[in-house]
Design a protein around this ligand. Structure first.
Ligand SMILES: NC(=O)c1ccc[n+]([C@@H]2O[C@H](COP(=O)([O-])OP(=O)(O)OC[C@H]3O[C@@H](n4cnc5c(N)ncnc54)[C@H](O)[C@@H]3O)[C@@H](O)[C@H]2O)c1
Length: 319
């Protein structure tokens, strides 16, 4: 009998990680390492009685937890992170300790335990930061304007050196903004929560012209699994997005519309950036991802409607 591959998903109780677990469990033994700081057990509840599934509550910053989680694992999907750009601006050392030191702890445990493959959840918008090359290909130099982006970029540099030095193979998935059920952060979640507090008006940070690349979570999982199959030796960064962009203004309109609030007054704070560290335009070039055979299956506006429907089912109606 052919032995099943055993994989580790760090951050597997979180938004994107748990969707990835749902897919990977079909053909793999899956170990999840998550400290539940943001993730929720209900995201992985469906697998708790599955023999192929193991949940470890622990941190990527702990050598003991990571070593335990890596037992018999051949591939790591590294999705655990402090995911909040704004918090990284307010608390840079804390952000560094999780997103750089924690990630390095994982990578060095992989080296010491002879685990050779890693796919990393990086961030297209924040590592390129204030670039003026659009759409932005993977070859553009990092110019982060947030500590979160700097941390993602710093860890990618270690992926480059570790692949060269220790025969580890890495793909860095430089994600667009990912949306969909189970996400409890980001612009759409913020808009929904504001409208839940007051359904007559929506305050939008910035002037509404910020325009970003988005992707629906099921498409993201398709892309990560495809990259896992196509992975070659060395370190390869790949932009992972749908190719579609939306302005904040359009998102505000779609959210109010999906919630049946066409008369809600949309008010802009008027600044160029939504907040310190906010990149105003992201448009990642997805030619490399497409060259692997990837195709989008969910139109972004449909994805937003599905996500809003989930928010209502999870947290209640707004009116
Ligand atoms: N959501 C996006 O738009 C987006 C965009 C670009 C990159 N990313 C990256 O994708 C990954 C997943 O993001 P998400 O949106 O699903 O966020 P999320 O917060 O839902 O998931 C992150 C998970 O990591 C866990 N975690 C945090 N610190 C940990 C630690 N020290 N040890 C173990 N687990 C820990 C959290 O409990 C959570 O379950 C992150 O690395 C994030 O930076 C997300």
């Amino acid at each position: 009998m052919v032995q099943m591959r055993r994989v580790l998903v760090t951050g597997g109780a979180g938004f994107i990680g748990s969707h990835l677990v749902d897919r990977l469990i079909e053909e793999n033994e899956v170990v999840v390492l998550d400290d539940l700081s943001e993730g929720r057990l209900e995201n992985i509840d469906a697998h708790k009685d599955n023999d192929r599934f193991t949940f470890i509550e622990g941190s990527i910053t702990s050598d003991t937890d990571v070593t335990r989680a890596l037992d018999d694992v051949s591939t790591v999907f590294h999705f655990a992170a402090q995911p909040d750009v704004r918090l990284s601006v307010d608390r840079p050392i804390w952000d560094f300790e999780i997103n750089v030191s924690g990630s390095m702890n994982l990578l060095d445990c992989m080296r010491r335990n002879d685990v050779k493959r890693i796919l990393f959840a990086s961030s297209g918008g924040t590592v390129y930061g204030e670039t003026d090359i659009f759409p932005t290909p993977e070859s553009v130099a990092f110019r982060p304007i947030s500590n979160y982006g700097a941390a993602k970029g710093a860890f990618e540099m270690y992926l480059s050196s570790f692949t060269e030095l220790y025969d580890i193979h890495a793909i860095s998935c430089r994600f667009a903004n990912i949306i969909g059920p189970r996400s409890t952060h980001g612009v759409i979640y913020d808009f929904y929560m504001k409208l839940k507090r007051d359904s007559t008006r929506l305050e939008v940070l910035g002037d509404g012209t910020q325009e970003k690349a988005y992707m629906y979570v099921e498409d993201t999982v398709d892309a990560v699994c495809l990259l896992d199959q196509k992975m070659k030796s060395g370190y390869t960064p790949v932009n992972v997005g749908s190719g579609e962009r939306l302005t904040v203004k359009r998102i505000a309109e779609l959210v109010t519309d999906s919630l049946g609030l066409p008369d809600a007054k949309i008010e802009y704070t008027g600044t160029k950036r939504g907040w310190k560290g906010d990149v105003t335009i992201t448009d990642i070039d997805i030619s490399l991802l497409k060259s692997f055979g990837w195709k989008s299956s969910t139109k972004l506006e449909d994805g937003i409607r599905k996500y809003v429907k989930w928010l209502v089912s999870e947290f209640g109606d707004v009116s």
